[in-house]
Design a protein around this ligand. Structure first.
Ligand code: ALA
Length: 399
């Protein structure tokens, strides 16, 4: 399975040439050839704007763009009318959070968790500041897990209008129990937004079953292009416009405008057409994946890596949830993670170090930063072995 995957990701060949192992798929995944080829083909041979031209080329661009919406909707088991294309996860969260600026009042509450990425924290912090609503946090325990009883108590004792939680933590690796959180939100009448950015590479969300109000992810973390996000909205009629401009209007007068309904009302201006078009072929690839096998593969790499690094003195994992699949954040006592990752880089290992856009979380865990290894479908046992060897060598130099 892995060898076949590796040959379908052209960048692996480039990485192999310089003997580099890529262990930062949590930041962005490598790109699958189906997405790369179709994006290149569209830009080279079929470029034209969508929803505008009366000529065949533009009609074909529109057809391909809308086909991607249909394919993504089918992949996520929802309706194309519930899929909005955005610039990425951050953009999607801002669009929805800004809408809540018009909906929340002083007595209302917003519930998020301490493990949120800045992208799912700052927008809600801004909504709270703008509306006077209270921003509540569900705490993260020492393993890096959320507690459903605490979530229930926060929902029960406050007028929570919107809860926004990551499906998987980009720093701790914790996979949250979205279905149980959804049931609690439904019981206490809070809308639920799920940031799926980290989760979508290890599972296929069934949005009808999950029954959340909003779900979003970026294509670039799902083997696809940069600059394209998918935002699922259960009831799009209830979401106000985020930006206005061309492409979303019915009739414009000097003093008034009437707008389209449906997803197009959220996509003013010229979108990332080639990026969206490439999602169609990408979905064909995603549909061939067996996510149970993928999870098993990545968990095996995670477990091996954790076991081997644990044998080295001073190893401090950040997040030890039993739900972890493919993210290992860690430090070594007395060693700065940036120094460690620099030496790892010199030995051909690409890992992210720093606060991972989760400063409040790391502060709570008592560290300013950490190194992070993240595994994907194209990583191998040999990659882990190379990492462990390089960590040992780097620590000898640093200690
Ligand atoms: N959110 C990305 C990460 O965790 C960029 O690295």
């Amino acid at each position: 399975m892995i060898q076949q995957f590796r040959s379908e990701f052209p960048q692996i060949e480039e990485l192999d040439k310089t003997q580099t192992v890529y262990l930062d798929s949590a930041a962005t995944s490598l790109k699958h050839k189906s997405a790369l080829e179709s994006q290149h083909d569209f830009e080279s041979n079929a470029a034209s704007n969508v929803h505008r031209g009366s000529y065949k080329l533009s009609g074909e661009a529109t057809r391909k763009y809308e086909l991607s919406r249909e394919k993504i909707a089918k992949y996520l088991n929802c309706s194309p009318d519930q899929i909005v294309f955005t610039k990425g996860t951050t953009d999607s969260i801002n669009i929805v959070a800004n809408d809540f600026k018009n909906k929340l009042k002083r007595d209302d509450c917003i519930l998020i968790s301490e493990m949120e990425h800045h992208a799912n924290l700052i927008p809600w912090q801004q909504v709270a500041l703008a509306t006077g609503a209270q921003l509540l946090y569900c705490s993260v325990d020492s393993n890096g897990d959320l507690n459903l009883e605490e979530i229930e108590s926060l929902l029960k004792n406050n007028s929570v209008k919107i809860t926004s939680i990551c499906h998987m933590s980009n720093t701790l690796g914790t996979l949250n129990d979205v279905k149980s959180i959804q049931s609690l939100c439904e019981k206490y009448k809070s809308k639920l937004f799920v940031d799926g950015a980290q989760a979508v590479s290890i599972l296929r969300p069934d949005l009808t079953k999950m029954d959340v109000d909003f779900y979003t992810f970026s294509a670039h973390k799902l083997f696809g292009p940069f600059g394209v996000g998918v935002l699922y909205v259960k009831n799009l009629a209830q979401l106000g416009l985020s930006q206005v401009g061309g492409g979303i209007i019915d009739v414009v007068d000097f003093h008034t405008t009437s707008f389209l309904e449906g997803p197009q009302k959220m996509e003013p201006g010229t979108p990332n057409i080639s990026g969206v078009v490439s999602l169609g072929p990408l979905v064909n690839f995603l549909e061939t994946l067996n996510f149970e096998e993928i999870k098993h593969h990545e968990k095996k790499l995670l477990d091996l890596c954790t076991k081997e690094l644990s044998k080295i003195e001073g190893f401090e994992p950040i997040g030890t949830s039993s739900t972890k699949i493919n993210i290992l954040s860690f430090n070594f006592k007395g060693v700065h993670p940036n120094d460690l990752c620099e030496l790892l880089d010199e030995q051909g290992l690409a890992l992210r170090s720093g606060h991972h856009c989760t400063q409040p979380l790391l502060k709570k865990m008592g560290v300013a930063g950490c190194a992070r290894a993240s595994f994907s479908i194209y990583n191998t046992k040999a990659d882990v072995e190379k990492l462990v060897k390089a960590v040992k060598k780097s620590l000898e130099m640093l200690r």
